[in-house]
Design a protein around this ligand. Structure first.
Ligand code: NCD
Length: 321
């Protein structure tokens, strides 16, 4: 069996803080390695002892279902010791700073910290203070690299590749770290990206990232291969971004009528959590022929296994005794 980070596969980074700056080859290394784990996760025995003796800490300062659970499963399926730090019951509630929390955990010699934080840049800051590998599990509206990787793996397995595909990312782009990581990844891998959203939910100067902007779903979805829907991140909205949810669904919610503009076999994606009837019609979300939303979740475990393996066993990290 290939030992990944141990011998033939090498990912030349200490941390995974974002997709921005990764080369197509580095992204392919992560996706190829993830493929192995898709197969492993479909077996009755899903574990390997690759990370035996390694410690992984999930440190989530924001709510999460998919990301936290899949990192937990990924670490356990690789034979590592994984603990979940519940911030709600930690010393953070007693006023401890992010850096002090990180330094405290660092003193316990973890091999990998998986961190989610509401502020953009907080995970990078933390990575500069600790000795172990750090994986960004989502920082503010900045990046969510493992989400973009699992989206790419889902698309690649369904379409054979990413290059040349027309991908529409629709909804609350402004607050979405998923959108930002996906834009970087899709552009790097040769796909074409369109963003579809009301003017108030498009970040300023986003065109500089090499995307096309649309404010009309019917126009923007025309001939797309992939339709990625995003949740309205109301927890990050300070002020009035939308007239009403009803109106939002009418103009920007994905229903069969709007979807008919995309290619007939266009895939429907959503990172979750979904708000049915807000950004996506419930029948579209559950369309077994076209929606790959559950597959995205499955791919998430495989991608996180690959990332954990390649970082924890990276000899440059000093983690591979
Ligand atoms: C996303 C996130 O947390 O950025 N969810 C996820 O990780 N699957 C998107 C969201 O919260 O809407």
């Amino acid at each position: 069996m290939a030992k990944g980070g141990k011998d033939n596969v090498h990912f030349p980074h200490r941390h995974l803080l974002g997709i921005e700056g990764l080369s197509p080859e580095e992204i392919s290394i992560l996706l190829d390695r993830s493929e192995t784990y898709v197969n492993q996760n479909r077996r009755a025995d899903k574990t390997t002892p690759l990370l035996h003796g390694r410690t992984i800490i999930n440190l989530f300062f924001e709510d999460s279902t998919r990301t936290r659970t899949s990192f937990e499963l990924a670490g356990k399926r690789l034979g590592g010791d994984l603990i979940n730090m519940s911030v709600a019951t930690s010393s953070v509630k007693k006023g401890e700073t992010l850096i002090d929390t990180a330094m405290t955990l660092n003193a316990m010699h973890p091999d990998v910290l998986v961190v989610r934080h509401p502020h953009s840049g907080a995970v990078k800051l933390l990575s500069e203070k600790v000795n172990c590998a750090v994986i960004n599990g989502g920082d503010g509206s900045h990046e969510h690299p493992t989400q973009a990787l699992l989206d790419a793996l889902t698309i690649r397995r369904r379409r054979g590749g990413l290059s040349g595909l027309q991908v529409a990312i629709c909804g609350d782009i402004l607050h979405s770290r998923v959108a930002r990581s996906n834009i970087h990844l899709l552009n790097t891998m040769g796909a074409r990206v369109r963003l579809i959203a009301p003017k108030t939910l498009i970040p300023p100067e986003v065109e500089r990232l090499g995307v096309e902007i649309f404010h009309d779903m019917n126009e923007g979805l025309r001939d797309c291969d992939i339709v990625m829907m995003l949740r309205l991140q109301r927890e990050r909205m300070h002020g009035n971004f939308l007239p009403s949810i009803r109106e939002y669904f009418h103009f920007f919610g994905l229903d069969y009528e709007k979807l008919s503009n995309a290619k007939e076999d266009a895939l429907i994606m959503h990172p979750g959590p979904m708000n049915r009837g807000v950004e996506i019609d419930t029948d579209v979300a559950d369309d077994v022929g076209r929606s790959v939303i559950r597959e995205q979740v499955e791919m998430g475990v495989a991608v996180r296994m690959a990332v954990l393996e390649l970082l924890a066993l990276n000899p440059d990290n000093g983690g591979n005794a």
